[in-house]
Design a protein around this ligand. Structure first.
Ligand code: SAM
Length: 227
C-alpha cells in the first residue's frame, strides 16, 4: 500500500495495527514523515520493518526509481489531490496507474467547491464552468487538463470572511500556498477515467464541522481500480 500525503500517520498506524505488512508512507513535508516514523517507533516498534518512507511531492519522476511498475495493491489519496492543479493531478494519476498491479485500487478523497468558506457567487460560477466542461467533453471527447475548471492559486480571494475570520481561514490553508483545486464529481470522474481507471464508486461525502459544513457535498470520494 502507498499512502500519499500520509502526514502524521493516522491511517498508517491503524493499517499497521490491523496487520499491513508492506506500507509506504509519502509526504512532501519531511518533518511530517519524521513524526509519523517516531509514532510508529514508539507505539508499534515491532511493525517498523513493515514501513517504508518516501519524502517528496507527487507527481515526481524520481518516485519511479523507488516504486516499480505494477507493484502496488492499493494507493490512498486522502485530502491531498486538491493541493495540486489539474495538470499535476493528471500526471500524478498516470504515475499511480503505472505503479498499481492490474486489479489494484485507488481510494481518493478531495475537497469541493461546496465548503461554506467559499463565496456563493464563486460556487455558482464554478457550477456554470463545470456544465460547459461537461458539454465540451461530450463534443470533443478530451480537454486540455489546464482547462479543467476549479483550480485557484489564490484561494483566499474566494473566501467569505463573514463566515470565519480572515486570519483563521488563511492559517488553515497557508500550508498549500493558496493553491486549491475545488473538485466536482464531474471533474473527478473525468480525471480518473482519462488516467485509465475504472470507477467503482464516486460519491459526495459531508464535512460536518465549522467552518466547512454546507450541504453534504463538501468532499468527493472516488473508489477506482486499474483494469
Ligand atoms: C490535509 S493533510 C492530509 C493528511 C492525511 N492524508 C489525512 O487524511 O489525514 C495533507 C498532507 O499532504 C501533504 N502534501 C501536500 N501536497 C503534497 C504532495 N504534492 N505530495 C505529497 N504530499 C503532499 C501535506 O504535507 C500534508 O501532510
Amino acid at each position: 500500500v502507498l499512502d500519499i500525503g500520509a502526514a502524521y500517520g493516522e491511517t498508517c498506524l491503524e493499517a499497521l495495527r490491523r496487520g499491513a505488512t508492506d506500507y509506504t508512507a509519502n509526504d512532501i513535508e519531511p518533518r511530517h514523515l519524521k513524526i509519523l516514523a517516531r509514532r510508529v517507533a514508539e507505539d508499534l516498534p515491532s511493525k517498523l520493518p513493515n514501513l517504508k518512507l518516501i519524502s517528496g511531492g507527487i507527481p515526481h519522476p524520481k518516485f519511479n526509481d523507488f516504486i516499480p511498475t505494477s507493484s502496488l495493491d492499493a494507493v490512498l489519496l486522502d485530502s491531498i489531490l486538491h493541493f495540486l492543479d489539474p495538470v499535476q493531478v493528471t500526471e500524478a494519476l498516470h504515475q499511480i496507474f503505472s505503479w498499481l498491479k492490474p486489479g489494484g485500487k485507488v481510494f481518493a478523497l478531495m475537497g469541493t467547491i461546496n465548503l461554506a468558506v467559499f463565496k456563493s457567487e464563486v460556487r455558482e460560477s464554478l457550477e456554470r464552468d463545470v456544465k460547459t466542461f461537461v458539454e465540451t467533453v461530450k463534443t470533443q471527447g478530451q480537454i486540455d487538463p489546464k482547462d479543467i475548471p476549479g483550480f485557484t492559486s489564490n484561494v483566499s480571494e474566494d473566501f467569505d470572511f463573514s463566515i470565519c475570520p480572515k486570519e483563521t481561514l488563511e492559517a488553515q490553508f497557508n500550508f498549500s500556498d493558496g493553491r486549491f483545486f475545488r473538485f466536482h464529481l464531474e471533474t473527478a470522474k473525468y480525471l480518473f477515467e482519462t488516467a485509465g481507471f475504472i470507477i467503482e464508486e464516486i460519491v459526495y461525502t459531508p464535512i460536518n464541522t465549522f467552518p466547512y459544513k454546507l450541504n453534504g457535498r463538501e468532499r468527493v470520494a472516488v473508489f477506482a481500480k486499474k483494469p
